[in-house]
Design a binder for this molecule. Structure first.
Ligand code: AMP
Length: 184
């Protein structure tokens, strides 16, 4: 967890490779559908381009489908999901029916000025259509309204692990590895 620009995608890719489990990024799956022009992509794009969340029903069905694949049986790393209270409820249902449980919920904490700077930089490097200034502002608002409250929920369940997301990629990875006790 963490606001847009916290480095979730970058770190999730590294950590999932270390753990040997699939990296399931709802944002990446939506973007792949957008670029392939699937009906899901057409629907998701409207929300993504406005900085809004894709409706829970659509997102939950997509995650449910992805988690049913064989490669998820030994475990998986979710990136960008759950983001709403309703998604938490759905995820809990999916986990219990698959006899899985969450090992940890990782939050990357970042300074807001740093996040906005990263997003502006990513906009110029990657040309993401949801990285324009107005949309960036809206995405941050939506995060604080809808997703930040989940952090307290996971803290009260003793699942939350907070890591400082500032600094170079390798340093952040090192902190995550230490915090999750992933050293060999
Ligand atoms: P991300 O790459 O994780 O920042 O996601 C990019 C965009 O995809 C978000 O701004 C949302 O529009 C959409 N999205 C990704 N994950 C979710 C989710 N769990 N729930 C709703 N919308 C999502």
């Amino acid at each position: 967890m963490g606001p847009p620009g916290a480095g979730k995608g970058t770190q999730a890719a590294v950590i999932s490779a270390m753990l040997g489990v699939p990296h399931i990024s709802t944002g990446d799956i939506f973007r792949a559908n957008v670029s392939q022009g699937t009906p899901l992509g057409v629907e998701a794009k409207r929300y993504m381009d406005a900085g809004e969340y894709v409706p829970d029903g659509v997102t939950n069905a997509m995650v449910r489908d992805r988690l049913s694949h064989d490669d998820c049986r030994p475990g998986f790393l979710l990136d960008g999901y759950p983001r709403t209270v309703e998604q938490v409820g759905e995820l809990n249902a999916m986990l219990s029916s698959a006899q899985h449980r969450l090992d940890a919920v990782l939050e990357l904490t970042v300074d807001m000025d740093e996040v906005v700077g990263r997003l502006v930089k990513r906009a110029s490097e990657q040309g993401r259509s949801d990285d324009t200034e107005d949309v960036i502002r809206r995405r941050l608002e939506v995060y604080f309204e809808q997703t930040a409250p989940l952090i307290d929920m996971y803290r009260s369940q003793d699942l939350l692990v907070q890591v400082d997301g500032l600094g170079i990629i390798e340093d952040v990875t090192g902190r995550i590895v230490a915090a999750l006790s992933l050293e060999a």
